[in-house]
Structures are given as structure tokens and as C-alpha cells.
Design a protein around this ligand. Structure first.
Ligand code: NDP
Length: 481
């Protein structure tokens, strides 16, 4: 059985405790590899390695940092199929999705920041009397990057690429549920010649490794993506230590469909925004609001198309959905379907676990589920489910749908479908959401600010915001005599 190792000080090593935990393949429900059950001692080693590497890496010329990161891009691209297969086996997602989205995006993350640092500039503020202020941005030091299981390598690299590019050294923890591609990536770092200690990957549980990173006094900045409750816990520890925090948290995203929309485009994209990656993308739209004149037509077409989606072996090209990430997560999602029924919801499609044949019979599959007849403020419509489950309901006015959309504690992403440009702008302005897509979904320009309002997060990733997060800004004021 494959044993994953920590990547510390440029080497692949066992956890100090020598203990491991099971890593499951969600498509079969079986253990297929072992993951280090690391603890604060491994984190300490990683911090020491990062601290030792920092003085040299932080002054390594940008061109050289860029060159090494671009080497990583070509290695990720070379190993596209191997990494996509590994991501699918670890996470349950279709290989096709990992091949088209997850792994290419991991390469783009490195490409974007490797070239971005070559184009960064700084501000100067001129005062009267020959006084000049200019801003220096210096890498902040050793930083912690903690990522979730839904887009494993994609989100892991979205954090570590800007950190390393900015000149920081990193102690990173991928999700214990999906560690494999981060492990394979550590092998690529060795091959690319990334200097030892610049990136350190410590595998293990959040309550051991994650909390040791968060509490470590020599880590002044934490970039975290995950659930809102975990984000709150991290903030509680980090705030009294005055750590810089970037928190990308949960969502309960509205998908607003006006009667004047491009119907076929809205329908096709809503299938994707509801069920891509088994609905386990923080940006998936899980509350669908449809303007009454087209409500029944849209609902019926949406249900018909959803029922045709194939839930199957993630390795099969024909599968639209694979398995959800873990048994615990499957049970959580199924419990929300039960809650929806208790709250008066009518199941229009799905609503149950799917048992596949043969080797896959113990895998964690859920039929894509549509629920109608719920109020906007019930628990099903307020709490994050993070699975292939959406609700659908009609609305009559713009004010009404904005009240529904903005009613949750979250504010990550929203989608609006209308051909009326004036309304599109007006609604976008009033949505309490860090990202608004009009007549599209998941179109990402890596230069744009990415993040959530309200309990969906603090700070923004993407573009120079991400690079600047990993630096301290310093103002230098000079008076020329
Ligand atoms: P979790 O919050 O459970 O975990 C995220 C990461 O934090 C994991 O690596 C986890 O470790 C670690 N962790 C857990 N407890 C602690 C702790 N006390 N201190 C430090 N680290 C800890 O989220 P999930 O992995 O379940 O991911 C799903 C969530 O992520 C959803 O809420 C989703 O909306 C959100 N998300 C947000 C995105 C955004 O950009 N806003 C993007 C993608 C997902 P481990 O699991 O190994 O124990």
C-alpha cells in the first residue's frame, strides 16, 4: 500500500511519531493508501526548515524565483494524466473533470504568479517641498497555507504559488481527506530544484497539524480555505497573536433566473453550477430562484436534464458525477435531504444514495437532487450542504429575490440570468456577494479579487491582492534637502 510522506526541508520523510492514518478511495469506499498522522513536532521541523530557507529565498531575484516556478508548471503539465487520475482516486471526482479543470488550473496558478511577480510595481506618493513617499513590499516570512478537500491541488497551489512567488517560505497542510496530489507535487518540487525549506508540506489532521500551524508564534500569516466554523476557530487563535489572515470560507450561493434570460444557456449552465464536482465547489449555486412566468417551464426542463445525468465510475468518460468525498460527508448530505423533507420539501429528482455494481458497491454516490416547496429561510435554504443538492423556488419581483438571495449568513458567489443589462448591473450592485456572475458561471480571470462577504470570508485572493497578502507594506518617506 502506498505510504504518503511529509515534505520537509527538501526531503520526503516519515512523521516523527511513525504513525499513519487511512486514506480512502471514495469510489470504492476502500482504503488505498496511508497518510502521515503528523503533529506539532513535525510542524516544528517544517517551521525550522522554512525559517532557515527564508533569508536566502526572500532575496533570490524575481527572475530566478519565476524560473523555478515555471519549471513546476511544465512538470505539472507533463504529469497531467497521472495527477488527474490521482485526484480522481483520492477525491471521487470524474477523471475528466480533474483533467480539464483541477490539474490545468494548478499549472495556471503557478504560471500566473511566476509571471505576475515580473510585472509587479510599487506606488510613490509625492508631497510638496520635495518630499517623496514610496512603498516597499517585503515578503512577510514563514507563512501557513491550509486547504480543503474539494479542489485539492487546485486550491493548494492557489495559496502556495503566490506565497512562494512573493518570496515567503511556506508550511502547508492539504486536507487529510485528499492528500495524494500534494504528495505527488512535493516530488515535483524536488525535481524542479526548489531550494530546500522553501515549501514544506505536513500531512495530517486539522486538529493536530492545522492547529499547530495556526498557533505557531513564528508564522505571522495564515491563508486558509475551508468551512466557516474552522475559519472562526483559526481566527480565535490567530487574532490575539496579530497574525495576518486570509479566510476563504463557506457559501450558500443564489442562482437568480429572470424570465427574460437566454433560457437554454441558463438551463445548461445551471446543471453545471448545481452538480459539477458533485456540488462540492464553494461556488456552486445551491438555491435556484426562477421568475414566475418561466418557473414551471424551467423547473420541468431542469428536472428532466438532471435525471439524465450519469452517476458512475469516476474513471468512466460517460460519468457526469462521481462519488462524494467521504462516508461522513455522504451521511451529512443525506441528512440534509431528510431535513428538507421534514421541512416540507418535495423531492423532484434524486434524494437518495446510489449503490453501483461490483467494486464500486461500497462507494459514496448520491443522486443529483432537486427540492421544491421550501421557504427561503428554512434550514435547508440557510445552511451549507456542499453536495449534489439544490432547492428551487419561484419569485415575483426583483426586491423579493434580492431579499431571498441576501438572507443567509454567507456572501461568496451569486449568478444572475437576464438579458436586461440595466437590471443586471442593478442586481449585481445589491447582491451581498464577493463574486457575481451575469449570464455565466465559474469564469475566472486570475487577476480579479476572489473572496466572500459576511461569513464567507475575510480578505481577497487573486491577482496582486494575493501577492500583497504575503508581504508587509512599508512606507519610506524622503525629504530632499
Ligand atoms: P474544513 O474547514 O473542515 O477543513 C479545511 C482545512 O482545515 C483542512 O485541511 C482541515 O484539516 C483543516 N482544519 C480543520 N480543523 C482545523 C483547525 N482547528 N485548525 C487549522 N486547520 C484545521 O473544510 P473542508 O475540508 O470540509 O472543506 C469544505 C469547506 O470549504 C466548505 O465549507 C466550502 O464552502 C469551503 N470552501 C471554500 C472555498 C472558498 O474559496 N471560499 C473554496 C473551497 C471550499 P483536515 O480536514 O485534514 O482535518
Amino acid at each position: 500500500m502506498q505510504m504518503i510522506k511529509n515534505y520537509i526541508n527538501g526531503e520526503l520523510i516519515e512523521p516523527i511519531s511513525g504513525t499513519y492514518s487511512n486514506n480512502y478511495n471514495p469510489s470504492t469506499g476502500k482504503v488505498y493508501s496511508l497518510i502521515p498522522d503528523s503533529d506539532e513536532k513535525d510542524v516544528e521541523l517544517a517551521v525550522k526548515a522554512a525559517e532557515t530557507a527564508f533569508p536566502s529565498w526572500s532575496v533570490t531575484p524575481k527572475e530566478e524565483r519565476s524560473r523555478i516556478l515555471l519549471k513546476l508548471v511544465s512538470l505539472i503539465e507533463r504529469d497531467l494524466h497521472k495527477l488527474a487520475l490521482a485526484e480522481s482516486t483520492d477525491n471521487g471526482k470524474p477523471v475528466k473533470l480533474a483533467t480539464l479543470v483541477d490539474i490545468p488550473r494548478a499549472a495556471s496558478n503557478f504560471h500566473f504568479f511566476a509571471t505576475g511577480i515580473l510585472h509587479d510595481s510599487t506606488e510613490a506618493h509625492l508631497m510638496e517641498d520635495k518630499v517623496i513617499n514610496y512603498t516597499i513590499r517585503q515578503p512577510i516570512g514563514v507563512v501557513g497555507c491550509i486547504s480543503p478537500w474539494n479542489l485539492p491541488l487546485y486550491l493548494f497551489t492557489w495559496k502556495i504559488a503566490p506565497a512562494i512567488a512573493a518570496g515567503c517560505c511556506v508550511v502547508a497542510k492539504p486536507s487529510e481527506v485528499t492528500p495524494m496530489t500534494a504528495y505527488l507535487f512535493s516530488e515535483l518540487c524536488i525535481e524542479a530544484g526548489l531550494p530546500k525549506g522553501v515549501l514544506n508540506i505536513v500531512h495530517g489532521f486539522g486538529h493536530k497539524v492545522g492547529s499547530a500551524i495556526t498557533a505557531h508564534p513564528k508564522i505571522p500569516a495564515i491563508s486558509f480555505t475551508g468551512g466557516t466554523a474552522t475559519g472562526a476557530q483559526i481566527a480565535k487563535v490567530a487574532a490575539p497573536m496579530f497574525k495576518k489572515l486570509s479566510l476563504e470560507l463557506g457559501g450558500k450561493n443564489p442562482n437568480i433566473i429572470f424570465a427574460d434570460c437566454d433560457f437554454e444557456n441558463a438551463l445548461k449552465t445551471t446543471i453545471q453550477s448545481s452538480f459539477a464536482n458533485q456540488g462540492q465547489i464553494c461556488l456552486c449555486g445551491s438555491r435556484i430562484f426562477v421568475e414566475r412566468p418561466i418557473y414551471e417551464k424551467f423547473r420541468d426542463a431542469f428536472v428532466e436534464k438532471t435525471k439524465k445525468l450519469v452517476v458512475g465510475n469516476p474513471k468512466d468518460e460517460k460519468s457526469n458525477l462521481g462519488a462524494v468525498v467521504s462516508e461522513a460527508h455522504m451521511n451529512k448530505v443525506l441528512s440534509y435531504i431528510e431535513l428538507a423533507k421534514e421541512e416540507g420539501g418535495k423531492i423532484l429528482a434524486g434524494g437518495h444514495r446510489i449503490i453501483l455494481d461490483g467494486d464500486l458497491s461500497e462507494g459514496w454516490y448520491i443522486a443529483p437532487t432537486i427540492i421544491e416547496g421550501l421557504s427561503f429561510d428554512c434550514r435547508t435554504n440557510q445552511e451549507e450542504i456542499f453536495g449534489p443538492v439544490v432547492t428551487i423556488m419561484p419569485f415575483d419581483t426583483e426586491e423579493e429575490v434580492l431579499a431571498y438571495a441576501n438572507s443567509t449568513q454567507y456572501g461568496l458567489a451569486a449568478t444572475v440570468w437576464t438579458e436586461n443589462l440595466t437590471r443586471a448591473h442593478r442586481v449585481a450592485g445589491k447582491l451581498q456577494s464577493g463574486i457575481v456572475w451575469i449570464n455565466c458561471w465559474l469564469l475566472r480571470d486570475l487577476r480579479t479579487p476572489f473572496g466572500g462577504m459576511k461569513n464567507s470570508g475575510v480578505g481577497r485572493e487573486g491577482g496582486f491582492e494575493a501577492l500583497h497578502f504575503f508581504t508587509e507594506a512599508k512606507n519610506v518617506c524622503i525629504k530632499i534637502a
